[in-house]
Ligand binder design. Structure first.
Ligand code: BTN
Length: 230
């Protein structure tokens, strides 16, 4: 696979969109992004010291019902990478990767469709390694905040690529999901409510229990409620 390494780019996801017509799988890393993109139209802080990585993959026969596999695989690749450097990582549904209760990495997936098939995906991963995340007011963490000797960015980059290129299973995804059975605050559109996380289904939906009733979430945000110490 072609792998491009850039010093600076607007966004590694946008960069790959410029190659869609070639129909060739490509990966790209950039040292910084000037217009890093997050989910839901948010921006993603992309200063020097982080790993900003995107992969464009074309599929032959992948039904849209399998889209979650792409997301789950990306989250697993990040968890493997964090663990390779001695950091215990967990997945916050659907695919934020957290360590020490804070966001270590964000994932933005942009799929292209052909009928009921996924034609291609652009998977973008931003992983905090040595970058300063203090502007994010305590919600994010960098590897350098968790390790006495943080790895070099290039080592993390290589590990992420290696882990991304190795296949993963749904079971491996689930092994990094630690919030089942816990109380969540759920935001679905304008609605906010408390619920208990029950299970993640193979299609990616999260089953929660709200007032004794089961509910399946596909497009919602969750926040873990702080545990009450007894
Ligand atoms: C999020 O948590 O909101 C998702 C953040 C995704 C950031 C990565 S960095 C590499 C790729 N390029 C982008 O512009 N965004 C993704």
């Amino acid at each position: 696979m072609r792998i491009d390494r850039l010093e600076s780019v607007d966004s590694t996801n946008l960069y790959l969109k410029r190659f869609l017509e070639k129909r060739e799988d490509i990966a790209v890393f950039s040292d910084i992004q000037t217009n890093g993109m997050g989910t839901k139209g948010r921006s993603f802080l992309s200063d020097l010291g982080g790993v900003y990585f995107s992969v464009l993959t074309f599929y032959h026969e992948l039904p849209t019902s399998e889209a979650f596999r792409i997301m789950a695989h990306a989250a697993v690749a990040v968890c493997r990478t964090a663990e390779h450097f001695g950091i215990e990582a967990e997945i916050k549904w659907p695919n934020d990767v957290r360590a020490a209760g804070k966001k270590l990495a964000g994932i933005l997936i942009e799929n292209g469709f052909r009928g009921d098939l996924i034609d291609h995906s652009i998977v973008g991963i931003g992983l905090n390694v040595r970058n300063d995340v203090s502007p994010l007011n305590g919600i994010a963490v960098s590897m350098k905040n968790l390790l006495s000797v943080p790895p070099r960015v290039v080592e993390v980059r290589n590990s992420l690529l290696e882990n991304y290129l190795r296949p993963s299973t749904f079971e491996e995804y689930l092994s990094h999901v630690h919030f089942l059975g816990k109380q969540l605050q759920v935001t679905e559109g304008e609605e906010h409510y408390f619920a208990v996380a029950r299970q993640v289904l193979p299609d990616g939906r999260l089953e929660v229990e709200r007032d004794g009733m089961s509910r399946l979430l596909s497009d919602a945000e969750i926040a873990l409620c702080p545990e009450v110490k007894r």
